[in-house]
Design a protein around this ligand. Sequence first.
Ligand code: C2O
Ligand code: CU
Ligand code: CU
Length: 492
Amino acid sequence: MSGLSRRAFVRAGLAAGVGLGIGVPLGLGASGSASTGTVLRSGLPLPTAFTRPLPVPPVLAPVRRDASTDHFEITQARAMVSLLPGVRTEIWGYNGIFPGPTIVSRRGRTTVVRHRNLLPVPTVVHLHGGRTPHDSDGYPMDLHPPLSTTDYTYPLDQRAAALWYHDHRMDFTGPGVWRGLAGFHLIRDDEEDALGLPAGARELPLMLTDRSFAADGSLRYPSLDPTLTMTPGVTAPYMAGVLGDVMLVNGAPWPLADVDGAQYRLRVLNACNARRLDLRLDPGGSLTQIGTDGGLLATPVHHDHFELAPAQRLDAIVDFSAYRPGTEVTLVNDFGAGRMGEVLRFRVGERAPDRFRLPDRLSAIEPLGPPVVTRTMRFAYEGASRGWTINGQGFGTDVIAARPALGTTEVWRLMTDFHHPVHLHLNPFQVLSRGITGPGEFDAGWKDTIDLRPAEEAAIAVRFDGYRGKYVFHCHNLEHEDMMMMANFEVV
Ligand code: C2O
Ligand code: CU
Ligand code: CU
């Protein structure tokens, strides 16, 4: 089974005989300017919205705990599951489910996850948002072959946050995640506990993924269709990103969640390959942001909508007691056309006891010290032969774009041509500016992925600490990533 690999990409581009960048809108035209990518249509009727109950991924129990460490085990396997009514779908899943089981860790305790690979291909597991030693970070070439067993060690000396783990195989992250290799990994700590945030059934992890299905219920991805990798002009649009036409939340299409008339904590993850989301509650209501990729904000921020690019997380409080019992509250996506304009529906029940009071202060966010170095990283399409690049180069394991010294702070100026959600491994960052203005309204707190728009320039500050070694940073549009929009930094 081949991916939408960079080799196919280069071949297709050359066959087309022209640079994709010359007058070709890279799919921007068809889907509006909200996402860089092209919709892959499903070959079956789309299911009725808001009938399936919202599933919540199971929390994984450790197989063993000792004084300092919690040990988990996961088997990566194919499974036939029911995602859409009336058909069965083969997924690749952690423990054979999609999303994978949720891992919950405590700051200061080490987590070891033993992954056994029963898939027909090599895999790599990356803990997105993890401050992880190089040898457990899931470097894209650290491939674990079928039938191998690998221990990933996560010290997790970092703030409480919603991380996620996903496949990171060189050139094949897009199809791997599309088939189901993604799960939540939540970190808890004392600071968060002290806030008494909504918990248990009132804390909902929501993994949002768009997908496309063939008539027989199987997942569609461009590489699975040989005509798409052979025919110039058909292939090209998907090089900019694959957009699905079915919205899944925790693996269920447009689900329905029954909620109490009380406050809920929604932990939203955009796990789409390429689709950007603009989330809003209909008929109105506040998405009160308390956290982001790297954990709690300093203070809550009320939003009437929230833009979320691939890999980004939103931690929000929604107060369902503000609605009359029986109200249906829909989480909509204002970047989505047609059916993709809706995500999930909540059906509000009776008012229920709720002791949570939103505090004015949530956390302390330390400002990063003055940078020792400023670097520029330019994310751009460089024509058919070179593809998606960073500073004019496609990914190579020996291409080191930066060698920050351990413990130092740097400012990186990021420049783009199209939409590129840029992600750094190892350390979170703070957004300093966009263009000549300050950070955007969705940029607050510690980020690990910044949503860069076309022809934008932003500055981020990052302190490289924790571990020495070679790590990647890349565009988290997974089709761009697979087609070489990735580079290394080496902490020395
Ligand atoms: Cu979520 Cu290197 O990625
Ligand atoms: Cu990452
Ligand atoms: Cu990109």
